[in-house]
Design a protein around this ligand. Structure first.
Ligand SMILES: NC(=O)c1ccc[n+]([C@@H]2O[C@H](COP(=O)([O-])OP(=O)(O)OC[C@H]3O[C@@H](n4cnc5c(N)ncnc54)[C@H](O)[C@@H]3O)[C@@H](O)[C@H]2O)c1
Ligand SMILES: [Zn+2]
Length: 384
């Protein structure tokens, strides 16, 4: 046998910026971020979430004015791409083709940029197209929802839904930069405002007890759309996600995925609701379910369970959905199929994160169906 063992390392580094009024000429954040990378050949292709655009009608013009003011040689493609907001963008394979076609028609090369402005769904879709066109074009993510700013848009993953499965088709592709503008959040409806709080509670519960209690103490402010509380929550949540990515298995080669605490049920619920449930809303129910499971196997006390469920409720989430009780023609619970689908998506052994205590997750390779059903019943009766 002859064998050459290939081995090399690639390091990644990208800024995640938190700012306000990013396209105002007085704000130098974007200028500083791009000045060493924009040349006279650079082009920017822009894709925008349509619902966001409806609330921010002049955003493309603002972006254009800003870049032409500081980088007068740059070419900004006049025809920006509008993408229907929400999960529909991830369910429609045509959208990826439209973006790739636009890369082709506008001769966008690997030294140019694709800018995407929108919620996590649009960012995931455009991110996937950007990663596969020319094997990867520099992607600048400008997330416009709480959940995209504190989770979906800051990491290394993208993806669309195929064969009825969430994120089935996607890649790991770090962005060029992530630019968060808190002002964009003011136009969110209450449901989408709240969604990012679910991911913050998730990461706090498995990693940071103090952060969890800060969220609990701020729950009324957060529910009432206090911007200062939301900004603090977004920055800490993003920081914990970024630390996790940098500190371990960035490209998820192992079987464990602690940041997906509460997500095995959440992904299934999103499908069962035909995406009427938002990702963040489904995650809140998934967290509640896995916390009750953790209580039923005596990992956490009833008192701790109650504080978690009450915090979820205080910020405005439902912790139960009748979809948890749906059965198929063979009388088995559909939600339980979600476990197997989750395992397939991760690969390897089933690995689910539960709580050991508030602020500390613990991994398990087995969930008992009977205890899952008991947990569902517990949540159903919690309101009564
Ligand atoms: N890639 C990852 O690592 C990762 C991580 C977490 C979640 N996600 C994905 O992110 C998606 C959820 O993202 P999301 O919670 O941002 O929801 P979303 O993208 O579905 O957006 C929710 C709604 O808000 C609208 N919207 C966006 N910005 C707005 C604004 N500023 N004002 C008014 N309306 C606005 C959108 O058009 C949409 O209708 C899911 O598909 C989830 O799987 C990805
Ligand atoms: Zn999530």
């Amino acid at each position: 046998m002859q064998k050459i063992q290939q081995s090399f390392q690639v390091s990644y580094s990208y800024p995640v910026i938190f700012s306000e009024n990013i396209f105002s000429i007085e704000n130098l954040d974007l200028k500083t971020c791009f000045e060493n990378y924009i040349t006279s050949n650079s082009k920017i292709l822009v894709a925008i979430d349509f619902t966001f655009l409806n609330f921010h009608k002049y955003i493309f013009q603002d972006l254009k004015n800003y870049f032409l003011f500081y980088f007068k040689d740059i070419k900004i493609i006049d025809k920006y791409i509008e993408i229907e907001g929400g999960e529909k963008s991830k369910n429609n394979a045509e959208i990826v083709n439209t973006i790739i076609e636009s890369v082709h028609l506008n001769a966008i090369d690997r030294h140019s940029f694709i800018f995407v402005l929108g919620g996590g769904s649009v960012i995931d879709t455009v991110g996937f197209a950007a990663a596969i066109a020319h094997r990867g074009i520099r992607l600048v993510r400008i997330p416009t929802t709480t959940l995209a700013q504190n989770d979906a848009a800051i990491g290394v993953k993208n993806g669309v839904n195929t064969f009825g499965k969430k994120n089935f088709t996607g890649t790991f592709a770090p962005p060029f930069a992530v630019i968060n503008d808190f002002n964009f959040l003011t136009t969110l409806n209450d449901r989408d405002w709240r969604c990012g709080i679910a991911e913050a509670i998730k990461v706090a519960l498995i990693k940071d007890k103090l952060f969890y209690y800060n969220i609990k103490n701020d729950s009324v402010y957060l529910a009432n759309r206090n911007m200062e509380s939301m900004q603090k929550l977004i920055i800490r949540c993003a920081d914990l996600h970024l630390q996790h990515i940098a500190g371990g298995d960035a490209f998820e080669q192992g079987s464990a995925r602690p940041l997906d605490f509460g997500h095995w049920a959440a992904h299934k619920l999103e499908y069962l609701s035909d995406f009427e449930l938002r990702h963040g809303e489904a995650v809140a129910i998934g967290i509640a379910l896995d916390c009750v499971y953790s209580y039923l196997i005596q990992n956490i006390s009833l008192e701790n369970l109650q504080t978690i469920l009450n915090t979820l409720i205080a910020v405005g989430f439902d912790i139960f959905s009748p979809l948890l009780e749906l059965k198929d023609e063979k009388n088995s619970y559909l939600i339980i199929n979600g476990l197997q689908e989750f395992r397939e998506h991760l690969g390897g052994k089933l690995t689910i994160t539960l709580l050991k205590e508030i602020g500390l997750g613990i991994e398990t390779n087995y969930l008992e169906n009977g205890i899952i059903l008991e947990a569902i019943l517990f949540l159903k009766n919690y309101y009564k």
